[in-house]
Design a binder for this molecule. Structure first.
Ligand SMILES: Cc1ncc(COP(=O)(O)O)c(C=O)c1O
Length: 486
């Protein structure tokens, strides 16, 4: 059954539709149809949802029914709506816009390329000392075969302690160490998601999560995040999607969401968990950025705090605050689920490397020095990125992210993919907006990470601006080798 958007909900999403640019030249119905197309293109209005009946929307918008009828007709003509008599109208996209949601990668990044496809920091200075200390620890383990499918006991204990400190009492038995957060997600999906099952994700969301879901042949539905004001999630629509669609699983990034940087409120966390429980939905909560609040932003307690029915599986890792090259991540779940994941893992990669996990233990022990330095670095880099954008691309709209490592820029047109292609020729690799959705929408957006040093970011933005101003004159389409996004 398709999710139904009520008249009042669509009216709220449409906002000031009658005051949109170009409005004066357009009749009401055309402005309304244009606004709906805009919501679809931005991913705020998902594909495959049922729009309200014409009369209901007319009442909610205080316009005549004729206006809505004409707007729906116009949407049908452009391929944005499909209707069946007696059954209603569903949002669609004109054919040919669908794109595969696979994670892409190239073996090497050219050394002189500024790679803004990655949203991850270089290693902290504490890494080499931690690796030396880990090598010193190694003899303790050499008497055994070295396979620990759930992870090294001391790392599991350290990760569990981190959750307990955040207000979620956790034992080491509830932690399974994985080779990165991505591996954690893949294992959880293998265990909990039958092939072809319905899944709810945010739009935009992390592309490699979409790739993991595509590998399970998940039937993906999206919840569109706001790009500007508020905390991003529309509570009414998100809870409605869970209750109506009853997805088998929902994948959410509540802390400094990648790519938008949004932070989910405590209230919504509690309500999402309750809705998931009522709908039989497993909630996979990706906490990749939880350790990276900027500007002293308080982080709500973990989503799993509200979980009384083992519906929430938290995943996280060391890639963002520490180093991606460590490949250390984890799952926090009930102890029996951890055992089932470990049994499954044996058929995948057996266990994680002992030495790297020991490095992880030493880095976590130094968190109180490493993390504050990362926050200072990220704050300076974010501010430099924002300043340069305001300087050379003032027509782009950005919401200041108060955590994480990325900002989500709203461009001055649906140019993201074209810009990425052109920027690559100028030595800057970008992750264009459509990579963060499932259906070729989000062309008006671009993710920009602030993980590179200030001079590199400044240089990158200047090159992007130069390319942007050339774009209108040289719109060319060329195939490019796909690049990895992290
Ligand atoms: C939301 C999210 N989840 C997972 C990952 C993958 O992390 P890892 O390197 O720990 O596998 C990333 C990396 O960018 C991410 O942004």
């Amino acid at each position: 059954m398709a999710v139904i958007v009520r008249g009042s909900q669509l009216a709220r999403l449409l906002g000031q539709w009658h005051a949109l640019p170009g409005r004066r030249r357009n009749p009401d119905y055309a402005a309304l149809a244009g606004a709906v197309r805009g919501l679809l293109a931005d991913g705020r209005l998902p594909l495959g949802v049922r729009l309200p009946a014409e009369r209901e929307l007319a009442e909610a918008l205080r316009v005549s029914r004729t206006t809505v009828t004409a707007a729906y007709r116009s949407l049908r003509e452009t391929g944005h709506l499909t209707s069946r008599r007696g059954a209603g109208s569903w949002t669609t996209l004109p054919t040919g816009h669908q794109v595969a949601s696979s994670g892409l990668w190239t073996a090497e990044t050219a050394p002189d390329m500024i790679d803004l496809g990655y949203a991850a920091l270089a290693a902290p200075p504490e890494l080499v000392p931690a690796a030396r200390a880990a090598a010193e620890d190694l003899p303790r383990f050499l008497q055994h075969a070295g396979y620990y499918p759930t992870g090294l006991a001391e790392l599991r204990a350290a990760v569990a302690h981190g959750y307990t400190r955040r207000g979620l009492p956790t034992s080491a038995e509830q932690i399974m160490v994985t080779s990165g957060t991505q591996h954690a997600l893949d294992l959880v999906l293998r265990l909990l998601l039958p092939a072809g099952a319905p899944v709810l994700v945010e739009s935009p969301t992390y592309p490699n999560a979409l790739a993991a879901l595509a590998a399970r042949r998940a039937r993906i539905a999206t919840h569109g995040l706001a790009t500007t004001a508020g905390d991003g999630w529309d509570a009414d629509l998100l809870l409605g999607a869970i209750r109506q669609d009853r997805p088998r699983l929902a994948y959410l990034i509540p802390e400094f969401q990648n790519p938008t940087g949004h932070l989910m409120s405590v209230e919504l966390r509690e309500r999402v968990v309750a809705a998931a429980h009522a709908s039989g939905t497993d909630l996979v909560v990706d906490e990749s950025f939880v350790d990276l609040p900027l500007d002293g932003t308080p982080v709500p307690p973990p989503t799993a705090v509200f979980d009384r029915h083992s519906r929430v599986i938290s995943i996280g890792g060391m890639s963002k605050p520490y180093w991606g090259g460590l490949r250390i991540g984890w799952v926090r779940a009930s102890a029996p689920l951890v055992q089932r994941l470990a049994a499954l893992r044996v058929g995948v990669d057996m266990a994680g490397p002992v030495l790297d996990q020991l490095v992880g233990v030493h880095l976590l022990a130094a968190a109180d020095t490493i993390v504050p330095a990362r926050l200072a670095q990220l704050t300076a880099q974010r501010d430099a990125l924002l300043a340069e954008l305001a300087n050379v691309l003032p027509e782009w709209r950005v919401t200041v992210p108060h955590g994480g490592v990325t900002l989500w820029a709203e461009l001055d047109g649906p140019i993201s993919s074209a810009l990425a292609r052109a920027a690559e020729e100028s030595g800057v690799r970008l992750a264009p907006g459509p990579r963060f959705g499932i259906d070729g929408t989000l062309e008006r957006f671009l993710r920009l990470p602030f993980t590179l040093p200030v001079p590199v970011l400044t240089d990158a933005v200047r090159r992007i601006a130069a390319v942007r101003y050339d774009l209108d004159r040289t719109s060319r389409r060329q195939w490019r080798e796909p690049a990895m996004i992290a």
